[in-house]
Ligand binder design. Structure first.
Ligand SMILES: Nc1nc2c(ncn2[C@@H]2O[C@H](COP(=O)(O)OP(=O)(O)OP(=O)(O)O)[C@@H](O)[C@H]2O)c(=O)[nH]1
Ligand SMILES: [Mg+2]
Length: 444
């Protein structure tokens, strides 16, 4: 990909709207914009009122063009943003005219790629821009905005610094051995290595929660027929999505929809009520209920408080227990007695639902984790790299303890540094770059 030419794209989503923005970036931005607009005296960081012209120099829109002069722009190049009225024909025409004037159509994510390549932002920041655009909850947006501001790099920087220092110490011991620079004793090396290993491990482990922020989790609602699973599903969604009747066996298939709970996107699955000895269609549905339960990050086993718990309820609870995270929810508390061993709610009146939401959050992460917002990484790529780094650091630790020569130890330390570099963007291979930026939308 050539990054010295001037690129153009529509930066707003497809469709009609009040405004639509065409963005041009590169050394030729002013000249190209000049050819498609009525004459403009460009002043940096000023908005200019102009007319957008067609090929016959007829005005087709009145626009506001803003000039961001290099290097103080999104891409660190000259950027011109033309705010048109949001008509797809007008926007497309503006882009076509810019292409005729010598611009090239931007690849997906290319504006952000240029910001990265020009050193305006590092790789975690670029990835966070994509997460920000993809955010489905305000909480996700807030985390992404912090990361776009550099929070991940700020956490990694001191760890990397310590590792580089240790490498320098060992290199010095080898290079200047004759000059009486004493070789660092194992105790000293371990004293420096351990905090690095701890830091890398902790950061990698934080993905356990950070991953949930980005990807969300799946939650299956299971139980016997008629206990109120679909009612609870609708209640958590705050939307009348699944069919509710007093006929047992109403839900036959999985119904899924995403709700935000505490800012975390939660994909809820309503399932067919589980019972034995039913006809074919229902039993196929029940198989899916079991499957959803096995696949879910968290299972809500719903029981009916207006009835005594029976063996089928108990069997489901045991099954959920053996499969991992689960909560037992006693529904219809407006009718029946509360039990101490479950969360009492009423899908009908809404009682206990706020409490259930909290319990769902707490069952996936200790209280307060999601509030310490800068405390975790949200990218699977970062997690993999940190784990790789930790593995080499552990190997290095073993080498120190086995009194293996420092030359060999250094190889492990360099190998541990490489994945960290790949996060902060110091030595990134092209394929990583392409993978990241190709998931962007055009115009970003
Ligand atoms: N009083 C009371 N009735 C409820 C409550 N929740 C659900 N119901 C009623 O219980 C009946 C069954 O509700 P559903 O939500 O369809 O139950 P389900 O578990 O999805 O049933 P299946 O799909 O057949 O497995 C309906 O008549 C609901 O109105 C509740 O909290 N209190
Ligand atoms: Mg149902």
């Amino acid at each position: 990909m050539n990054i010295t030419d001037t690129i153009v794209a529509i930066s707003t989503p497809p469709g009609r709207g009040g405004l639509g923005v065409v963005r041009i970036s590169g050394g030729e931005a002013r000249r190209i914009a000049g050819q498609i607009l009525s004459p403009v005296e460009w002043r940096p960081w000023h908005a200019h009122l102009a007319r957008l012209l067609d090929r016959d120099h007829h005005a087709i829109d009145q626009v506001v063009a803003t000039f961001f002069e290099a290097p103080r722009s999104y891409t660190a190049e000259d950027v011109i943003e033309i705010s048109c009225h949001g008509s797809p024909v007008v926007l497309r025409h503006a882009v076509e005219r810019a292409l005729e004037a010598g611009a090239r159509l931007a690849e997906p994510g290319e504006f952000t790629l240029r910001a990265f390549l020009n050193g305006r932002i590092d790789l975690p920041q670029a990835e966070a821009v994509r997460d920000l655009i993809d955010a489905t909850t305000l909480y996700q947006a807030r985390i992404a905005a912090q990361q776009a501001g550099g929070s991940v790099s700020r956490r990694i920087a001191p760890i990397k610094e310590q590792l580089v220092e240790l490498i320098a110490l060992l290199e010095a011991g080898i290079d200047f051995a004759e000059d009486d620079v004493s070789v660092a004793p194992s105790r000293e090396i371990l004293r420096r290595l351990d905090p690095v290993l701890d830091g890398v491990r902790q950061l990698a482990a934080s993905f356990q929660y950070g991953g949930l922020v980005r990807q969300g989790l799946t939650l299956a609602i299971v139980g016997r027929p008629n206990v109120g699973k679909s009612s609870l599903f609708n209640r958590l969604l705050e939307q009348d999505r699944a069919i509710v009747t007093d006929v047992p066996g109403t839900t036959r298939d999985l119904v899924s929809e995403t709700a935000a709970i505490g800012g975390i996107p939660v994909k809820l699955y309503d399932t067919a009520g589980i019972r034995v000895g039913t006809e074919l269609v229902e039993s196929l549905g029940i198989e899916r209920s079991y499957q959803a339960m096995a696949d879910a990050d968290l299972t809500l086993v719903v029981i009916d408080l207006s009835q005594a718990r029976d063996a089928e309820d108990q069997a489901l609870i045991s099954r959920a227990q053996s499969q991992g995270r689960h909560l037992v929810v006693g529904n219809k508390c407006d009718l029946g007695d509360r039990e101490a061993t479950c969360l009492a709610v009423s899908a009908l009146t809404g009682e206990g639902i706020a409490h259930l939401r909290e319990a769902i959050l707490e069952s996936i992460a200790p209280k307060g984790v999601f509030e310490q917002e800068t405390g975790f990484i949200t990218s699977l790529r970062h997690e993999h790299l940190l784990r790789e780094s930790a593995a080499y650091l552990e190997k290095a630790r073993g080498a120190v303890e086995a009194a293996i020569p420092h030359e060999m130890l250094l190889l492990d330390l360099y190998a541990a540094l490489r994945p960290i570099d790949a996060i902060t963007g110091a030595t990134t291979a092209d394929d990583i770059l392409n993978r990241i930026f190709s998931t962007f939308c055009i115009g970003k």
